[in-house]
Design a protein around this ligand. Structure first.
Ligand SMILES: Cc1ncc(COP(=O)(O)O)c(C=O)c1O
Length: 448
């Protein structure tokens, strides 16, 4: 596809269109509320998309477009779409049966791999979604400490349930004082009193956390060890170490929510990358490359409370054998060479974006990790906390993702870019061409 500098106005014929997706969403809305099955797939510009198939880094939609995919299922597809080893393993398992409500060799193999890869995983259990296993972790922490309060951080997301859907993405000015944020509710219908057991604090501020933990009444601190749901923000130097020390000192359970970072930043997740071990940690997404698998892992004495201390953890689909086959196939694929490849291509993309923005005079920050990074328009400095991210130019960024989509690149509107092992140099180069064309077009029409 050729892209002229002012493609939006002069070469509309070259730009991809999504009319059939829009039409299909409209038709499907008679059966599916909003035509989508998650609120996070609603209100996407120019329309939520409808796909026919995916392969490697590409998605094929109902309009006949082939898109380079950086959603990657919102993070899971670290091996890209439809990796052969996984597809073969899943087909073999289906031939053996689907669900037994009993134990299987494949789940034990998956569990062994998790415990080998994740530094703090002495013991583990499988679940079906990140939201669920985060609930399990908080329940364990409360049972272990006899306390009820949980510290979570502004901008961190730990699932959509009432007790944690607070201050996940508050608008600028909504959360009050930065050092003592007011919890901001996430959904209509959510119990207001579900925040009674929650303390919302700013992330990356050790002094504030230490002062709160010193009261000795916090059951758990739950955090993304690198903040990747919003932005892709690194922990400040010494922050995770300080949090670890303070949690130990005040008898608080430290939970790392590694639903995004797990198996993505490194085989052992953020805890391996940063060398700080939590008491409990949770996983999802990249653990099974697209199958609905999640896990909770950590200290054996805590995890065994599910067995010997009356703490309940359940789920009809936990360790479903087909999903376990996908988990084993995924975890066995996580070789050092795979991470090297993602690092090389992810860094090339990050550098390439920075060069394009610099060349075009666009103020932007491209930060994070080669496996998952974030593009923030309008920021002079890299964001260090959620409050910094509220200063991004979101409107321009949505226009940018729309212009990218029209040029064959699908990127999340919130600024995150997920990489897979199938995003090679040719894919990176095509993405950089699209970014260059999109930025030029938006500059030409005054959006940027
Ligand atoms: C950090 C984090 N924790 C938890 C969740 C919830 O996981 P799930 O959507 O599988 O329930 C997500 C989902 O995006 C996440 O990013």
């Amino acid at each position: 596809m050729t892209v002229s500098p002012n493609a939006l106005t002069e070469t509309d014929g070259d730009l991809m269109r999504f009319d059939k997706s829009a039409e299909t969403i409209r038709r499907n809305s008679q059966w599916i509320s909003g035509g989508v099955n998650s609120n996070f797939r609603l209100n996407i510009a120019p329309t939520p998309l409808v796909f026919e198939s995916g392969e490697g880094p590409y998605l094929h939609d109902v309009d006949g477009n082939t898109l380079i995919d950086y959603y990657l299922g919102m993070g899971p597809m670290i091996l890209g779409h439809k990796p052969k080893a996984l597809v073969d393993a899943v087909k073999t398992q289906i031939d053996n049966g689907i669900l037994f409500a009993g134990q299987t060799a494949v789940e034990a193999e998956a569990a062994r791999l998790v415990c080998e890869l994740v530094p703090s995983a002495e013991r583990m259990r499988f679940g079906s979604s990140g939201s669920e296993v985060d609930q399990a972790a908080m329940r364990l922490a409360r049972a272990a400490t006899g306390r009820t309060l949980i510290v979570k951080f502004e901008g961190h997301y730990h699932g959509w349930f009432d007790n944690v859907l607070w201050s996940t993405a508050p608008a600028a000015g909504q959360g009050g004082d930065e050092s003592a944020p007011t919890p901001v509710i996430g959904s209509k219908g959510q119990l207001p009193e579900s925040a009674d057991e929650l303390v919302v604090l700013p992330w990356n501020d050790l002094a504030v956390l230490e002062a709160r933990l010193a009261k000795g009444d916090i059951a758990a601190v739950i955090m993304e060890a690198a903040m990747c749901n919003q932005g892709a923000i690194q922990p400040a130097d010494g922050y995770l170490e300080g949090v670890r020390e303070a949690c130990t000192k005040y008898g608080t359970i430290l939970i790392f929510d590694e639903v995004i970072t797990g198996f993505r930043l490194a085989p052992g997740g953020a805890q391996e990358k940063f060398g700080v071990l939590p008491d409990l940690c949770t996983f999802g997404k990249a653990i099974a490359n697209g199958f609905p698998v999640a896990a909770i892992a950590g200290r054996a004495d805590l995890m065994d409370m599910f067995t010997n201390a009356g703490v309940v953890h359940g789920g009809t689909y936990n360790a479903q054998p087909v999903a376990m086959a996908a988990t084993v196939a995924t975890l066995k694929s996580l070789t050092p060479a795979l991470y090297d490849g993602i690092a090389e291509n992810g860094n090339a993309l990050i550098e390439g974006f920075r060069e394009i923005f610099a060349r075009e005079g666009v103020t932007a920050q491209v930060v994070g990790f080669p496996q998952v990074f974030h593009v923030a328009l309008g920021l002079e400095q890299p964001a260090r906390s959620y409050r910094d991210l509220t200063k991004m130019n979101k409107k321009a960024y949505v226009a940018l993702t729309t212009a990218l989509l029209q040029r064959g690149v699908r990127a999340l509107e919130r600024g995150a870019w997920f990489m897979s092992s199938t995003h090679d140099k040719a894919v990176v180069d095509a993405t950089l061409d699209a970014m260059s064309g999109a930025v030029k077009a938006l500059k030409a029409d005054g959006t940027m």
